[in-house]
Design a protein around this ligand. Structure first.
Ligand SMILES: Nc1ncnc2c1ncn2[C@@H]1O[C@H](COP(=O)(O)OP(=O)(O)OP(=O)(O)O)[C@@H](O)[C@H]1O
Ligand SMILES: [Mg+2]
Length: 409
């Protein structure tokens, strides 16, 4: 079987360069599901053979390499299990959690926090494979590079793009120091010719326009520009309450506020996947008893079991809610993943607002824009926006795309 039967042209380009070029670092960056990890897993196995041979020539009995990823779960799912499935190789961890192949000691490192890096401190590595490099802390990434001090060491990475100001972009991808000997590739989702075309069309149709689309589908390092919810369409999405079904699954989001506005939003989901903003209560200068009263009224009208996903920054308010018999959950507050979850609904035409139920929602949604300095939404006019994000992101985590889920849940 020819290599071209097995790999797509973009992957072949990477393999060809791996085999023929002198490089120190190779970064495969790009769209979700675009085939980066698939080819990197092959390169990693080739790398183990190279290291094995090199170590033998040098009389080194225990050559070591680093296998880095965000967490032990992601390393297992993205790399270990895939290598076993794709190549029929068996990789079992020893009692230290290391893997062994071709007489090479493979040492896992978890780049999401400093504790996960303890295994590689002080070690000398022939090579490193970093899965999901942009999720690493910069310190962890630098530590991996420091460890790869053997002459001819290779560092192979895959990553999804992020903000153009991200350290991986500014310090490594744009680093024109020839000593780095960098090879860089951009993958788009269309480079992966093995994906089912129906799946690709559905993913494109579900990915929010603008920044999310440019990053996830086209694989570009871009920041947001203009309004955050570019797919919100007032003419289609504001609807008459008569058109909202009554047998919905209800839940709420709560953003606490006193000087700033506080906001409770009540949401309902139908069986078809539509989400409706039923009611929004937004007010300034109100004490907690006011918010408890609002929540109790919602309970009385829509059901005792409704969950309120609240801003975790106010444990005192959380406690007041719990004491009042309100089902209260501290919300996961990751802004980008939360915004992505809401924006996905809008892009798919699954998002509706009761035209008689909102107060500040419409004002906020048009003023909620990307901050060019942080690459995240601005932190102004965002009280209803936060309340919406807490509710939808947390309630829908089972339905979210795997990209968001694997990082946050
Ligand atoms: N040459 C190939 N032959 C068969 N299947 C492939 C090939 N390349 C990729 N795939 C499959 O396509 C899917 C996506 O590939 P992969 O996981 O490598 O993408 P990725 O770019 O790492 O995505 P993400 O950014 O989401 O991690 C996987 O199921 C993988 O097994
Ligand atoms: Mg991957």
């Amino acid at each position: 079987m020819a290599l071209s039967d097995y790999f797509n042209p973009k992957q072949l380009e990477v393999i060809n360069d791996y085999l023929t070029k002198d490089f120190g670092m190779m970064i495969l960056s790009g769209a979700v599901r675009s085939g980066k990890t698939f080819v990197d897993n092959w390169l990693f196995v080739m790398e183990l053979r190279r290291v094995s041979k090199l170590a033998k020539e040098r009389g080194e009995k225990h050559p070591q390499v680093i296998l880095a990823g965000y967490s032990s779960n992601t390393i297992h799912d993205n790399v270990i299990a895939s290598i076993e499935n794709q190549m029929g190789l068996e990789l079992k961890p020893d009692r230290h959690g290391h893997y062994h192949l071709y007489n090479v000691d493979i040492v896992p490192a978890y780049t999401g926090n400093s504790r996960g890096m303890s295994a590689i401190r002080g070690m000398t590595s022939y090579s490193a494979y970093v899965n999901e490099a942009s999720l690493s802390t910069p310190e962890a990434f630098q530590e991996i590079i420091n460890r790869c001090s053997v002459k001819g060491a290779h560092i192979i990475c895959d990553t999804n793009p992020d903000n153009p100001q991200h350290w991986l972009k500014t310090d490594y991808i744009e680093n024109d120091n020839p000593e780095t000997k960098l090879l860089y590739y951009n993958f788009t989702i269309d480079d992966n010719t093995r994906l089912d075309p129906g799946y690709v069309s559905r993913l494109k149709a579900a990915t929010p326009s603008g920044m999310f689309y440019d990053r996830m589908i086209r694989g570009l390092w871009v920041s947001g520009d203009g309004v955050v919810y570019a797919d919100f369409d007032k003419d289609k999405m504001l609807i008459n309450p008569d058109h909202i079904p009554s047998d919905l699954h209800y839940y709420c989001g709560v953003d606490w506020g006193f000087e700033h506005l506080g906001s409770i939003t009540l949401w309902g989901d139908d069986q078809q996947g539509n989400t409706y903003l039923i009611k929004e209560i937004t007010a300034q200068h109100k004490f907690i008893d006011y918010w408890v009263k609002q929540a109790k009224q919602i309970q009385d009208q829509y059901g005792k079991n409704i969950i309120f996903y609240v801003d975790s920054a106010r444990p005192d308010n959380y406690q007041e809610f719990v004491s009042a018999g309100i089902r209260t959950v501290n919300a996961k507050k990751d802004r980008m993943a939360g915004v992505e979850a809401v924006a996905e609904l809008m892009k798919q035409g699954l998002f509706y607002v009761n035209q008689d139920g909102y107060d500040q929602f419409l004002d906020e949604i048009y003023q909620y824009i990307w901050d060019e300095h942080t690459g995240e939404p601005i932190k102004e006019h965002d009280h209803v926006m936060d309340s919406m994000r807490y509710a939808i992101f947390n309630e829908h985590k089972k339905r979210l795309t795997t990209t968001i889920k694997s990082r946050f849940f």
